[in-house]
Ligand binder design. Structure first.
Ligand code: ATP
Ligand code: FE2
Length: 343
């Protein structure tokens, strides 16, 4: 009886540490999210310094783990499997999470599962939004990807050829001298100013095939900023209109090509209302359902790693310690996805 109970209550603990967040989540075998504790590293100024972020992760790991157990109301011996983000991401940050995961799995004597960060973003979104087979637009500080399941893989239909959309917004915000007050992200500050924009200033719109490029747009908008000829509100408005139209065009083409019934929007930039409105309108045109992943699960979080780890584990995938080296450039389409049956 005890054995059976333990089996029914098998939990996966997931550790996320690809970039500036260290997070631990715990999920049950049937997809209940018991806890999701996130500790963000906020640099004093400038962008993320990988080694500083890794130092933050090592410092907070013990406390974040403890809080995740407390919130979930379970003890370490209830854990059946430990998952960790194996890539893609920043080397020092990934290695800190992987070390914590290896130590915990070995101490608890349970299997380890290395999870692809991008797969985890898609799977947690499907879980929380009850999406079955979406075209996903994943837009964050480090990623800009349009993906959907096809031929046994999550295929990347479009992606950035240079910088990510979130990075583009953040660099512009720093150039404009914005300060992050009370943890308000730069993208949200731009969004607010953009609502007072009136004039659409011409800026480079670069879509090449299905891929996107934001670096020319960023250079152009920074040049105009320093010329001082335009209102800041109009620059924010124009930057958003152009960048989000590019994202919407590529997402719509992926939707038309795959004929999927849903669009799922995730990542930190998913919080943007203007981007949501643009995607919602193309979803309507194609009779597709549109969902936005709630912020807690759209940002980098441990629960998504736990859930993707649980899916993999339930389908016989585990990662030996020898294979648990971090994979900085691990691409989405390289991941084996046995838990989805082709339609
Ligand atoms: P990843 O490792 O997935 O790339 P990250 O830590 O770089 O993650 P997230 O935390 O997912 O990124 O997202 C942060 C990005 O989201 C930042 O670029 C931030 O400016 C942007 N962002 C947050 N809120 C908004 C908003 N309302 N509008 C536009 N961008 C936003
Ligand atoms: Fe992410």
């Amino acid at each position: 009886m005890v054995q059976k109970l333990r089996k029914n209550f098998a939990y996966c603990l997931g550790i996320e540490s690809t970039a500036d967040d260290f997070s631990v989540g715990i999920v049950s075998a049937d997809g209940k999210i018991l806890s999701n504790v996130i500790s963000a590293y906020i640099p004093e100024e400038g962008g993320i310094h990988p080694r500083e972020a890794a130092r933050h992760h090592a410092q907070v790991a013990g406390e974040v783990l403890e809080r995740a157990f407390q919130k979930a109301g379970i003890t370490p011996k209830d854990i059946a499997v430990v998952a960790f983000s194996q890539g893609p991401g920043l080397g020092p940050c990934l290695r800190t999470g992987a070390t914590a995961a290896r130590a915990l799995a070995s101490y608890l004597n349970v299997p380890l599962v290395g999870v692809n960060h991008c797969v985890a973003h898609i799977e947690i979104g499907k879980l929380t939004e009850q999406a079955k087979d979406p075209v996903t637009l994943y837009v964050s500080g480090g990623n800009t990807i349009v993906a959907a399941f096809e031929a046994k893989r999550y295929c990347v239909f479009g992606e950035t050829l240079d910088i990510a959309i979130g990075n583009c917004l953040d660099v512009f915000a720093r150039e404009a001298g914005f300060k992050q007050k009370e943890g308000k992200p730069f993208g949200a500050i731009i969004e607010q100013l953009a609502t007072q924009g009136k004039e659409l200033i011409p800026l480079p719109y670069v879509v090449k095939g299905m891929d996107l490029s934001f670096s020319g747009l960023l250079t152009a908008v920074i040049q105009l900023l320093h010329k001082g000829k335009y209102r800041l509100e109009d620059l924010c408005y124009s930057l958003q209109e152009v960048a989000f139209s590019m994202l919407t065009e590529v997402t719509e083409r992926a939707l038309a090509h795959t004929e999927k019934p849903e669009i799922l929007l995730t990542g930190g930039v998913a919080a943007n209302k203007r981007l949501q409105t643009m995607l919602d309108s193309i979803a309507n045109e194609h009779d597709a359902k549109f969902s936005v992943v709630p912020k807690e699960f759209a940002l980098d979080n441990g629960a998504m790693i736990a859930w993707a780890g649980m899916l993999a584990f339930q389908h016989g995938i585990t990662t030996s310690v020898e294979e648990s080296f971090v994979r900085l450039k691990w691409r989405l389409e390289e991941v084996h996805i046995p838990w989805i049956k082709e339609a």
